[in-house]
Structure formats: C-alpha cells, structure tokens
Design a protein around this ligand. Sequence first.
Ligand SMILES: O=C(O)CCC(=O)C(=O)O
Length: 260
Amino acid sequence: MKWKCSVIQMDIAFGQPERNMAVAEQKIAAAAADKPDVIILPELWTTGYDLTRLDEIADPMAMKTKAFISKLARQHGVHIIAGSVAERQGDGTWNTLIAFDRRGKQVGEYRKVHLFRLMNEEKYLQPGEQMGSFALDGIPCAGVICYDIRFPEWIRKHVVAGAQVLFVVAEWPMPRLAHWRHLLITRAIENQCYVIACNRVGSDPDNTFAGHSLIIDPWGEIVAEAGPVEETLLAEIDLAQVLQIRKRIPIFSDRRPELY
Ligand SMILES: O=C(O)CCC(=O)C(=O)O
C-alpha cells in the first residue's frame, strides 16, 4: 500500500484558536487538491504555547476541534492527524493528539506523556498515561508529541506493539534543530518504521520554531524535508518497505529484551 502524505508546516497565532482554525481549514483544503491519503498538523496548533491562558482558551474535552476536524476529514476524504490541542477536562488540561480517518471517524487520541520542563509544560499541563496506538487503513500507527522523541523506550513500546508508521507532531525550537533531525532519523532506523514529523514555524514571545518537518523511510533515508518557513510537504511512502526492511535485518526477532 502506498500513502501520499501532506505535512502542513504552519505558523501559529499565539493564543488565537479561531484564527488558527480558519488558517488550518484553508491549508487543509489546499493540501486536499493533491489527493493525499494522510494530512498532519503540528503540536498545539490552535493555541500555541500560550500556557498561562489555557483556562480561557483550551478546548473543553477537545470537542470543538474534534467536530471541526471530523467534518474536514469526511469532506476531503482524507485521514487527518490533527496535531495536538489543549484539551480541558475538569480542572486539568492535557496536550492531546487526535487522529481521524477519511470517513471522519476518530481513530486515535493520545495525551502527551513526557512534559517538557524547559517550556514550563509541567506547571500548566497534566501528563498522559496511555499509549498512542491506532490504525489507518489497517496499518498499525503510533502518534507521539515533540519531547516524546527523546524517549526511545516509549517509541519502541509502540513499535513492539505493531506500529509501522510513527507520526510526530511538534513545536520544536530552532536552537535544537540538529537534535530534532538526528533523533527522528535514529527513531526511524532503530525501529525500522516510517517517521512522519510535522513541526511548526514562526515565533512566540519565548521561542522561534525550527520547521524542518520530515518524512523519513524505515532505512533512515529522508524522503522529504521542509525548510524553516511555512510550507506543505508532500511525499508518497510505500508501506511495503517496512516489512521488507524488517525481514532483511530482523531486529525484532534478534532483540534480547530479557537482558535489557
Ligand atoms: O526536546 C526538545 O528539545 C523540544 C521539546 C519541545 O519543545 C516540546 O516538547 O514541546
């Protein structure tokens, strides 16, 4: 099976969900003209890192964002990994990835497990406790968020559970661009999976973000890479490559987890 993937590397207006949703709607419609199978948005694309105003701007149970993305997925007949949104529930807020299939059915929901202290996430957000596994067209996938890629054991757990495609949504700052690229390439090689990573661009009051969204094959080769400004990255991936590479170097039969 082949998938055409559109990675929407967008700027995000700080703390302005209505405006960001209107921009995303236009970008999704423009991307849909190329008839992709999957569209992916970045982390916290409705609010950005406006953490001190989350009480006001987070989406209760992510209901509004879910209804909005479900409609767009159905309308354009495309799977949408709708980045992550600030999801309010009770007294807590989570940084939550949501995934919809091309019929508009929600197939995945993942609350960021590793909160990033350097950007004060732990002061304003609750950590998730569950894995981010889901399936699209019968292909096992996983979705993780930004800082999560620094935890190889967390990604490995998803791959051991079956994931062949790893979606990464991020607001990764420019000063650590080299880490972003090396970590993503390494996660693809060591897990023999596709990595489809969407980062934002632009700035907020504290950070400038790196862009450089990436599509990486299970051999670790870069299929497509964006630059540091807004763009929609489009590339086709051949999912058969995952099993071919896993057969050629059978790390999942050779690993010795009883010793680790
Ligand atoms: O790990 C990093 O350097 C960046 C992580 C990050 O920006 C995030 O998780 O939001």
